[in-house]
Design a protein around this ligand. Structure first.
Ligand code: ATP
Ligand code: MG
Ligand code: FE
Length: 359
């Protein structure tokens, strides 16, 4: 089975073709970085127009790379939410048009399900597992019991972890996107022997019961420290603050994940792994902190390769394959040409919405 995946929910236009043997026959990601950089963040209208301008050519390139003709595809999967609705609509409309023309099923994929199942594509992990989903718009802990079966244990009450990196980088003048820039600056500070504790940044929610997150206080504290120390002008301070920020985020993520592991450990069947997915899971320091937590619970930490952590279409095609194999693709499950794109779409619809949070 070979499925074409389309991803256009944020600022990456991506197309991939994946087969049921976990092979990525094509895996193309076009970043809109340079288009958004002058604005210091993603501009939804620019994103949507750019997806529209690139998507058809990218699909043609993906087919050429896989050496396939369109009619050799078994299904078309597209991110149908959550995300910036203009971009999502571009991908969904293209996916539906292809499905209709080729007489193949159209699969409406939840972007978060793509991230959630990405570790099953590479390196491959068995259900059930505890998932820390840390991306630009989300920060959640979920018990993943099977395809379409997600139980949310915790979420952020304000910003996502990726947002904390992005806003932190903006405050420190490190540019956009923030995650990789903070990681590099932190590495410089570490090599220079700077002590991150010297900046006294808070570690919100640390040690509190439950598994929820909060990052907005950290951002405010960082802004204050940066002003006190005039970080923009003094490079060692800027790198030091980046290191302090990364340490705080890593400590909070590890602490909340440890709580979730304790809560989830009693349930049967036993967890097979701790999985970290989403763009922030590309961060090596965070992987290291999570590795320690997993080890304390006798579990492996499984994280997809960086390329599969940040937005891509291989995870969308793969989620389509998983849904097809699980028989979850009839219209009762929301697929079909009448599916309406969703700006919000929680993975666990039974979980209460956290105050002030997204989904
Ligand atoms: P969502 O998936 O919630 O809709 P998104 O698609 O924008 O949001 P991803 O593409 O999964 O999110 O991840 C992007 C986020 O990951 C950004 O906030 C970015 O700063 C962060 N990120 C990427 N690389 C790193 C890194 N090395 N360290 C920390 N954060 C990183
Ligand atoms: Mg992105
Ligand atoms: Fe994402």
């Amino acid at each position: 089975m070979r499925v074409l995946g389309i991803e256009s929910s944020c600022d990456e236009t991506a197309v991939a073709i994946v087969d049921d043997g976990r092979r990525r026959l094509a895996d193309l990601v076009l970043s809109q970085l340079t288009e958004h950089r002058p604005f210091g963040g993603v501009v939804p209208e620019i994103a949507a127009r750019s997806h529209l301008g690139q998507l058809d050519r990218l699909i043609a390139r993906a087919l050429a790379q896989a050496g396939m003709k369109p009619h050799e595809l078994d299904a078309i999967a597209a991110t149908a939410g959550p995300g910036l609705i203009g971009g999502v609509l571009v991908g969904v409309t293209m996916g539906k048009a292809m499905a209709l023309a080729l007489d193949r099923p159209f699969l409406a994929i939840n972007h978060l399900e793509g991230h959630a199942l990405s570790a099953r594509l590479d390196p491959g992990v068995a259900f059930p597992y505890l998932l820390l989903l840390v991306s630009g718009g989300h920060c959640q802990l979920l018990r993943v019991e099977g395809v379409g079966r997600y139980r949310r244990l915790g979420t952020t009450v304000d910003d996502a972890a990726g947002e904390a990196f992005d806003k932190g980088a903006k405050i420190l003048g490190l540019g956009y996107p923030g995650g990789p820039a903070i990681e590099q600056a932190a590495a410089r500070a570490k090599a220079a022997g700077i002590d991150p504790d010297a900046y006294g940044l808070p570690r919100p929610m640390l040690g509190r019961p439950g598994c929820d997150f909060s990052f907005s206080g950290l951002k405010t504290a960082l802004r204050q420290r940066a002003q006190e120390r005039a970080a923009d002008g003094a490079l060692p301070e800027r790198d030091g603050l980046a290191l302090a920020l990364q340490e705080s985020i890593a400590a909070v993520l590890a602490d909340r994940t440890a709580h979730a592991l304790e809560a989830a450990a009693a349930a049967t069947p036993r967890l097979t792994a701790l999985v970290a997915a989403g763009g922030v899971a590309a961060n090596q320091r965070i992987r290291q902190a999570l590795e320690r937590v997993a080890r304390a619970h006798d579990l492996p930490l499984v994280a997809p390769p960086s390329r599969l952590c940040t937005d891509n279409a291989a995870m969308i095609a793969w989620a389509g394959i998983e849904r097809l194999e699980a028989g979850l693709t009839d219209s009762a499950h929301g697929d079909g040409l009448d599916f309406a794109a969703r700006p919000r779409w929680p993975l666990d619809p039974t979980a209460p919405r956290a105050a002030g949070a997204g989904v």
